[in-house]
Design a protein around this ligand. Structure first.
Ligand code: SAH
Length: 394
């Protein structure tokens, strides 16, 4: 079997079961490397440490799947891991209010590079590493057997695959193709998705719990939802009794989805959909003297690499400052960041700076994170990426 032999003193993180091996830590390889093949990691003293899959392209030349020498990356091992992940979501499988959630979350579920979301009777799979791709057939077979669904659809059309030298891939892997308009349920509300054509996997499952929490503040409120997409937060806010909803997104298709989703739930709240750049629109709303009782800021990932952190923090600060200006005294700001590279601590500092510049007092009343179907493996804190603050603003 292929072996990567580490440089002296580069074994600590691997002994602590961190699943990433960077090329800089490896002294030599026992032979030529093929995409996604199984590799054993060995210390400079020759001690076996862990087993994973190799990448021929990425700086991260191996992802570790097991620290037990007798575990091979074979069908029964992968099946066991998938079973464990499914078992961990038992509450969600049995929840009549929700049928959209994450079933497998990559490293956190011991399956590096594999993401699987359930949307009603379909599974959407993302295979993000050479190691995950190499095991596609086994993964699909196990999923088809262990999850009672009608079809398994691949949406690996994401940029990060380029880091692994993989092109974008999309298409049916098993069973029936999903309909163009698939209705899912979340928190008792219905949403219409286009699994094959939507953004990402067509629905942001990581905000499920937070949508409920934010909706608590929506009764009789004038709500501004910024980066609304198809209305995940806005539909719940309307359902909770909001007086009016203003939704801002740069995508016209997303805003059409918002109208569809409101209608799907029989909600007739007054809605103003504004298509455009949130940074500009927030300023415009302020110039128009608009005021809101609840503002939701749920931007896309601003920081994709270390070098983008400064620019990203300026972006977060700007939208948060604008939001503070737009809130009535006693109003509520629900503000999020899904950039894993921005820590919860840094995010709070950014929001603090924004409140200070806007001259507003703000109190954190709730601290939010990703749903429990996106677990954070204790040995892999990098899995924590979504953070949110709900602030009362005076
Ligand atoms: N809140 C949504 C998810 C938001 S995803 C939910 O709960 O489902 C981020 C959204 O921001 C996407 O819909 C994208 O179209 C939009 N977006 C990205 N850049 C933008 C910009 N500069 N101005 C306005 N919207 C933007």
């Amino acid at each position: 079997m292929l072996r990567f032999i580490l440089k002296p003193d580069r074994d600590k993180s691997i002994r602590q079961r961190h699943p990433w091996v960077f090329s800089g830590a490896v002294a030599r390889r026992s032979g030529p490397v093929h995409p996604g093949e199984t590799v054993d990691i060995v210390s400079s003293e020759g001690v076996w440490l862990a087993r994973g899959t190799a990448s021929t392209h990425s700086q991260m030349i191996a992802r570790l799947w097991t620290w037990q020498r007798d575990e091979e990356l074979d069908p029964s091992f992968i099946r066991q891991r998938i079973e464990r992940a499914i078992k961990g979501r038992e509450q969600l499988h049995n929840d009549p209010q929700t049928n959209a959630y994450r079933v497998i979350f990559s490293e956190s579920d011991g399956l590096p590079g594999l993401i699987v979301d359930r949307f009603a009777d379909w599974l959407v799979v993302q295979l993000l590493t050479q190691g995950a791709v190499a095991h596609t057939a086994i993964i699909v077979e196990a999923l088809a057997e262990l999850m009672p669904v009608r079809g398994i659809y691949e949406r690996s059309d994401v940029e990060i695959r380029a880091r692994e030298g993989l092109g974008e891939a999309e298409g049916l892997l098993w069973g029936e193709a999903p309909p163009d308009q698939l209705t899912i349920r979340e928190n008792g509300y219905e949403f219409v998705l286009d699994l094959a054509g939507g953004q990402k996997t067509g629905w942001y499952v990581d905000q499920r719990v937070n949508r409920m929490r934010v909706a608590q503040y929506a009764k009789n409120a004038d709500v501004l939802g910024v980066f609304s997409y198809t209305g995940g937060f806005e539909v719940l806010a309307a359902g909770a009794g909001a007086t009016s909803i203003t939704a801002v997104d740069s995508s016209a298709a997303a805003l059409r989805g918002l109208h569809t989703n409101l209608a799907q739930n029989g909600l007739h709240t007054s809605v103003t959909a504004v298509e455009g750049d949130a940074f500009k629109i927030l300023r415009q709303l302020r110039e128009e003297g608009k005021q809101y009782d609840l503002i939701v800021l749920d931007p896309p990932k601003f920081a994709h690499s270390q070098s983008q952190i400064d620019r990203a923090t300026r972006g977060y600060k700007d939208i948060n400052m604008q939001a503070f200006h737009l809130l009535r005294p006693g109003g509520v700001l629900a503000t999020f960041s899904c950039s894993g590279l921005i820590s919860a601590d840094l995010f709070q500092k950014v929001v603090f700076g924004a409140a200070l510049d806007a001259g507003r007092d703000a109190q954190i009343i709730e601290t939010l994170t990703q749903g429990g179907d996106h677990p954070v493996l204790l040995t892999f804190p990098e899995a924590a990426y979504l953070k949110g603050l709900i602030c009362r603003v005076w």
